[in-house]
Ligand binder design. Structure first.
Ligand SMILES: [Zn+2]
Length: 74
């Protein structure tokens, strides 16, 4: 079974890992793993959040409450 793959197989595609990309077999699998990791950590729908913020930031129905107090900036 393990005659051509001395090291661990690529965790992404299970192919034998290649030296420069270990423990992955290629740069592509490296990226795939990175993306998986990132999406796992930052599991936030950025688009939805942005739309929500825009809706809250610019209430077209409600007029500005005149919060131009100088204390706000300082
Ligand atoms: Zn791979």
């Amino acid at each position: 079974m393990s005659s051509l793959a001395p090291g661990r197989p690529c965790p992404i595609c299970r192919k034998p890992a290649a030296e420069p990309h270990r423990p992955f077999c290629s740069q592509r699998c490296k990226d795939v793993d990175l993306h998986r990791w990132l999406s796992g950590v930052y599991a936030v729908p950025a688009v939805e959040a942005e739309e929500d913020e825009l809706g809250l930031a610019e209430p077209e129905d409600a007029p500005p409450l005149g919060r131009r107090s100088p204390a706000d900036g300082t």
